[in-house]
Design a binder for this molecule. Structure first.
Ligand code: MN
Length: 446
């Protein structure tokens, strides 16, 4: 069965950092991930002995692009194509009876969510948060499943605060259930195969079950099992499942929480999730996703979105070469390279980018000789191919993501910058013979 542990066990040993010493889950997983990133390293971290809890705890799993591509069964440069194929082909999940995730079933009275090895991630966080939980629910009218991430603040043995502030499909499901006076049944999946985690971050139509995308990424159906206490199905090979309900008519303070912007925010829909059962493997692994402005949070959040925007953009802009949502811009900046064939195509592409992704505030288009994954090259292109009086435009007051602390009333300005060579450009870029560069690369590599 495809699972978190089968994926990690198959990784080369040098890609996994196993820590055996007693390890404090307050702040240390976050500190370690941020420091690894600063050092240019991105191993999966496996904490074998979390103090006060039963391990292992896995984090930093999504901190590297190449690894994310392998989760989708492909390599880095083919990820966008693989994503497009998976989101179109889709493979329906199948139902099984026996599930590792139900080796242990704890129901009311016996369950205690506080015993899960849940980290405290940032000093400003209101408490311990599950940030890796995939919330699975069903459309109250059509029954189509939805997978999404929502932050979950531990509040008691069977109680979490939840924020649905991203106003995604689960928000819509909850609103329709609540209008009928009903709680929304939700299963929270912790530690599924990474392809399921990737698919859970996808922005698909309301009529698409993200588990079908996960199946297509895996190349075979995801095996599901029916929950014990609610009418929801979950991946049978997951590590933990919290079965429960988001209440229709109870609201409580939730947050602050360190968000992807790098700021702590109390902005919350103040929902409450009550746990009815915890099902788990007999010796479960716990998956933590380091939240905030971390490599893994931003990469996981944008992998599917970047591919989606890229594929839509390519339908209209055949000369598009590469697209990057740089980490420095959290989810608000995009860099696109273009093989333009007519004047004004860069501006057309900029308008499309802003239309395809409301989070974007700044988009820069460069020529194909610029590497959009290299920010020094991007700034060099701006320094030498761009004039502010003629090569940029601003669209004020456009719908945006409210977590941008500089936004006003849910709106922000969009800045498009065209750093491509303009008509009549006759400047010669310096170069070196390829043989000389190859020689130098050999010396540097040793
Ligand atoms: Mn959905």
């Amino acid at each position: 069965m495809d699972s978190l542990r089968s994926f990690i066990d198959a990784l080369p040993p040098e890609e996994v950092l196993r820590l055996h010493a007693p390890f404090d889950l307050d702040y240390l997983p976050t500190a370690l991930s941020l420091e690894l990133e600063r050092a240019g390293r991105s191993p999966v971290v496996v904490i074998e002995n979390p103090i006060g809890f039963v391990g292992p705890v896995v984090c930093n799993l999504f901190a590297e692009r190449g690894r994310i591509a392998r989760m989708a069964g492909t390599s880095g440069e083919h990820f966008n194509q693989a994503w497009l194929a998976a989101s179109e082909r889709r493979i329906s999940p199948v139902l099984v009876r026996d599930a590792p995730v139900q080796e242990l079933v704890l129901t009311a009275g016996a369950l205690d969510a506080a015993r899960l090895p849940i980290s405290r991630h940032f000093e400003q966080d209101a408490g311990r948060y599950i940030s890796s939980g995939i919330l699975i629910c069903k459309d109250p009218d059509t029954g189509v499943r939805n997978l999404s991430y929502q932050r979950m603040q531990l509040k008691g043995p069977d109680r979490f605060g939840v924020s649905l502030h991203s106003r995604g499909h689960i928000w819509d499901h909850w609103q329709r259930a609540a209008a009928r006076g009903r709680n929304l049944p939700v299963a929270v999946v912790i530690g599924g195969h990474p392809a399921i985690h990737l698919a859970a971050g996808a922005k698909m139509g309301m009529d698409v079950d993200e588990l079908e995308v996960a199946g297509a990424l895996l190349g075979r159906p995801v095996e599901l099992v029916a929950c014990k206490t609610i009418d929801v199905e979950v991946p049978a090979a997951a590590e933990y499942v919290l079965e429960g309900e988001i209440l229709a008519d109870v609201f409580e303070d939730e947050g602050p929480f360190g968000e992807y912007t790098g700021y702590a925010t109390s902005r919350s829909t103040r929902h409450v999730f009550v746990v009815r059962a915890i099902t788990q493997r007999a010796a479960p692994w716990f998956l933590d996703i380091i939240p905030g402005y971390s490599a893994e949070h931003l990469l996981l959040g944008r992998a599917g979105k970047e591919a989606h925007v890229w594929n839509r953009l390519r339908e209209m802009v055949p000369g598009a070469v590469a697209l990057n949502f740089p980490k420095s811009g959290t989810h608000f900046h995009a860099y696109l390279s273009l093989r333009a064939t007519a004047p004004g195509q860069a501006r057309h592409a900029l308008m499309l980018l802003f239309g395809l992704d409301p989070y974007l505030k700044l988009a820069v288009v460069v020529d194909e000789d610029i590497d959009v994954f290299n920010e020094t090259e991007m700034l060099w292109a701006l320094a030498t191919r761009f004039q502010a009086d003629s090569d940029m435009f601003v669209v004020p007051k456009v719908f945006c993501n409210r977590l941008d602390p500089s936004s006003v009333d849910g709106m922000s300005a969009k800045l498009g910058m065209d750093a491509t060579r303009k008509p009549g450009w006759d400047v010669i870029r310096t170069s070196l013979p390829e043989a000389a560069m190859q020689w130098a690369r050999g010396i540097v590599r040793g």
